[in-house]
Design a protein around this ligand. Sequence first.
Ligand code: ATP
Ligand code: MG
Length: 137
Amino acid sequence: MSMTFAMIKPDAVRAGNAGNIIQRINDSGFTIRAMKLIHMTRPIAEGFYAVHKDRPFFGELVEFMTSGPTVVLALEKENAQQAWRDLMGPTDSTKAPKGTIRGDFGTSMGENASHGSDSDENAKIELSYFFNATEFC
Ligand code: ATP
Ligand code: MG
């Protein structure tokens, strides 16, 4: 078993889709080990996406990620990191197949409903960025 970091982004929370996405997480066999609703400040969002700080879309990305609350989660499953990326679908919601989270709840490249760690190593870093040891069940 391994754990990955997942996020339901502000567009999906705003649209009332957090419940639908959590249902899919449960139906897909993940165990939720930690979960909370947070409204990221600018420094928290900038730190989280620091790897993209020189990309042209960085400003837009930080603006979006601070535009409302997000749900942050720790998800456990066999190969959780890849399994959650598969359930989300590709980054660009307009190209994501129906049946994936981004295909069904995202609307564009930027507003794509969810985040998932891109490696086990980054999953550990991202989990500890948002959760204390006492917050895992
Ligand atoms: P995430 O890290 O959010 O799970 P990802 O790993 O699929 O997404 P990244 O390349 O890490 O994709 O990009 C991070 C986020 O930046 C994307 O999810 C999207 O919200 C935004 N983004 C990426 N590329 C663009 C772009 N060309 N224009 C606008 N926003 C973008
Ligand atoms: Mg990424």
